[in-house]
Design a protein around this ligand. Structure first.
Ligand code: 5GP
Ligand code: 5GP
Ligand code: 5GP
Length: 208
């Protein structure tokens, strides 16, 4: 049950490039289901406010219940894989995302619809296809930040935010893509506000 209605204005839909999660000093672990596909994976669907603040962990009484997403498990394993160590089947990551972020949107989602909505969004986006159509491949090469953003805007119709991290040698690389979704979780919108963070103007797109 929701003790106090938490307001938020929109969602960030955040996808991660597994090659960039792994290509760091810290490295990564594949999930017990095996090496994920060389595709963007979901990180989360995060309620956010127009001023940049965001609610978190809104309903401690609504802990992640794996039985509620039984019908989505194979799709979660394929599209929302965990790369954190130690290896696990993904339950830790999904539980974290539901409890930290999903419980702040219980006015529009239950646990099942939270995950289903994110999976449907991902399959409608074809993010990697948008990049590849513009000649941007996960080949370890360097691409202009602007050309990456333009390709995603061309493919999805919306301006993304790109988050970079650094590889083991300190090179800036394409780590996460943020798009925005309206507060009912039903459609993409232009982001009311972008996160802050630094990318170089040319960034690496590592292989996975
Ligand atoms: P980091 O510090 O690695 O950027 O983010 C750590 C965690 O804080 C993220 O996984 C996410 O849960 C949360 N977070 C960071 N930035 C934002 C933001 O702009 N909006 C929301 N809703 N959550 C964020
Ligand atoms: P956030 O708080 O940023 O939404 O989520 C980050 C948390 O999820 C961290 O505690 C991290 O260890 C865990 N996590 C598990 N698997 C992954 C993964 O594949 N990618 C990221 N970014 N975090 C993961
Ligand atoms: P502009 O608004 O002129 O496109 O960009 C202003 C500054 O923000 C520049 O330093 C540019 O590199 C940075 N920037 C623009 N878009 C992004 C983005 O998606 N991610 C990150 N990290 N920086 C960006």
């Amino acid at each position: 049950a929701l003790s106090s209605a938490q307001a938020y204005d929109f969602f960030y839909f955040v996808l991660q490039w597994p090659g960039s999660y792994c290509d760091t000093k810290q490295s990564c672990c594949y999930p017990t289901s095996g090496k994920p596909a060389a595709d963007f994976g979901i990180h989360g669907l995060w309620p956010n406010n127009n001023d940049g603040s965001y609610p978190s962990n809104c309903d401690p009484s609504s802990g992640f219940d794996k039985s509620k997403v039984r019908g989505l498990l194979s799709s979660l394993q394929s599209n929302w894989p965990t790369l954190a160590c130690p290896s696990n089947d993904g339950t830790n990551f999904w539980a974290h995302e539901w409890e930290k972020h999903g419980t702040c949107a219980e006015s529009v989602f239950n646990e099942y619809s939270y995950f289903k909505t994110a999976l449907d969004l991902k399959s409608s986006l074809n993010l990697l296809q948008s990049l590849q159509s513009a000649g941007i491949q996960p080949d370890g090469g360097y691409y202009g930040l602007k050309s990456i953003k333009d390709a995603i805007e061309q493919g999805t119709g919306y301006t993304p935010y790109i988050e970079c991290n650094v590889d083991g040698s300190g090179n800036s690389q394409l780590y996460q893509v943020y798009l925005c979704v309206d507060s009912s979780g039903s459609q993409l919108i232009e982001c009311p506000i972008f996160p802050r963070g630094k990318c170089n103007s040319q960034i690496e797109f590592p292989m996975f």
